[in-house]
Design a protein around this ligand. Structure first.
Ligand code: ADP
Ligand code: MG
Length: 378
């Protein structure tokens, strides 16, 4: 059996500005399956919006082609692509009521009045705003306005909805609530969604697949699990989830793992693209062991606790190694009584399968961003 034809295909798409002087998107190859929720995730300036705008028809690719259901739409006008759009700054018409805002895309499509009424009511129910049709956007909260924007993008039953940081202007709890709402709508309607965010936890929560953008290129595209458990490189390891990096030199390898040394000590890791020479050992904070017993395939490194935070469901320690590098540790709250305090010595470590030896960042490439600090010092 062959895979179903992709719904959207970016075929070696490039976009340059300033007469070719700067590239916003480079050689993009990406397929989106029908009904898929695909997120473009990456830091600011990595090319996410440009990619979405080319699909929407507001920008034209400089090279390559974009196919929609097998047809090259690279030069088709935006209004003939049948795609819904939601942006960060709601962009509702302020002088129209909510119902008029929702009716607008249907009137443009010359739909009959009775059908418009039915569709508008259905769209309002979908975003749980029944009874709000008569209000003006200014009479709604930010979250409600964004719900209307989502409804307006869906009301004409588009082939796909493109959303560019739609929750970016909302506070954290509202953002999380709307993440679930949008996921539910996606499930209920089965509509294809292309979603842009720079927020990795939002991407992990909502997506079927995530394409990680960096400097106009896709570093890796895969399911949230695959990106988290098998990041292709240090950039992805640092951008999706949190990651500790320890610089080391690989001395040798056997039996599927590598031996590495650094001023921090001797380490074992699973090779991820490098078997000799300089490497960076990457370990997730929740995979770091505290005071592990000596055992084959377990790395142990001595350090000193420099920080300790209470984080509700876990305790977070920062341990400084002899190399000066700091390692974040997520420890179980249940162990809180026997966890070391700042200033105390500690042995940290990991199972070889939980540590990956990556090649150091490519020269000139953006360094992996620092992991977002989840908390303020207690
Ligand atoms: P993101 O959405 O990931 O933050 P963008 O797609 O907006 O990134 O931008 C990617 C790069 O292209 C950035 O370096 C940006 O400055 C540049 N860029 C975007 N739009 C334009 C434009 N209209 N003219 C010139 N450069 C642009
Ligand atoms: Mg953007």
């Amino acid at each position: 059996m062959t895979d179903p034809a992709p719904f959207v295909r970016f075929q070696r798409v490039g976009k340059t500005y300033d007469g070719g002087a700067s590239a916003a998107v480079r050689d993009l190859a990406l397929d989106v399956a029908p009904g898929e929720f695909l997120t473009l995730l990456g830091p600011s300036g990595s090319g996410k919006t440009t990619t979405l705008m080319m699909l929407a028809g507001f920008e034209t690719p400089s090279t390559g082609a974009i196919l929609l259901e097998g047809e090259d739409i690279s030069r088709r006008p935006a209004h003939k692509r049948g795609l819904g759009m939601v942006f960060q700054n709601y962009a509702l018409f302020p002088h129209m009521s909510v119902a008029q805002n929702l009716a607008f895309p249907l009137q443009v499509r010359r739909m009959g009045r009775a059908e418009i009424k039915t569709r508008v009511e259905k769209a309002l129910a979908m975003v749980r705003l029944e009874g709000f049709g008569h209000r003006r956007p200014a009479q709604l909260s930010g979250g409600q306005q964004q719900r209307v924007a989502v409804a307006r993008a869906l009301v004409f039953e588009p082939k796909a909805v493109l959303m560019d940081e739609p929750l970016g202007a909302l506070d954290k709890s509202l953002r999380e609530q709307l993440q679930y709402e949008i996921s539910r709508i996606h499930r209920e309607l089965g509509v294809t969604v292309l979603y842009v965010t720079h927020d990795q936890s939002e991407a992990l929560t909502m997506s079927d697949r995530i394409a990680v953008f960096n400097k106009g290129r896709v570093e890796q595209c895969g399911t949230p699990d695959a990106l988290y458990d098998q990041p292709a490189n240090l950039f992805v390891a640092g951008f999706v989830g949190e990651n500790n990096s320890i610089a080391a030199d690989i001395g040798g390898s056997d039996d599927g793992h590598v031996h590495a040394t650094s001023p921090a000590g001797r380490m074992l890791a699973t090779p991820a693209g490098v078997h000799a020479g300089k490497a960076v050992i990457a370990v997730r904070p929740e995979r770091v062991l505290l005071e592990p017993a000596e055992a084959p395939h377990v790395t142990r490194l001595a350090g000193t606790v420099s920080e300790r935070y209470f984080a509700g469901d876990h305790v977070r320690l920062v341990v400084k190694l002899a190399s000066g590098e700091e390692v974040a540790v997520k420890a179980s709250r249940l162990d809180a009584e026997r966890l070391p305090d700042p200033g105390e010595d500690a042995i940290i470590g990991w199972r070889t399968a939980d540590a990956h030896a990556f090649p150091p960042d490519r020269p000139g490439a953006a360094a992996a961003p620092p992991s977002p600090k989840e908390l303020e010092p207690a």
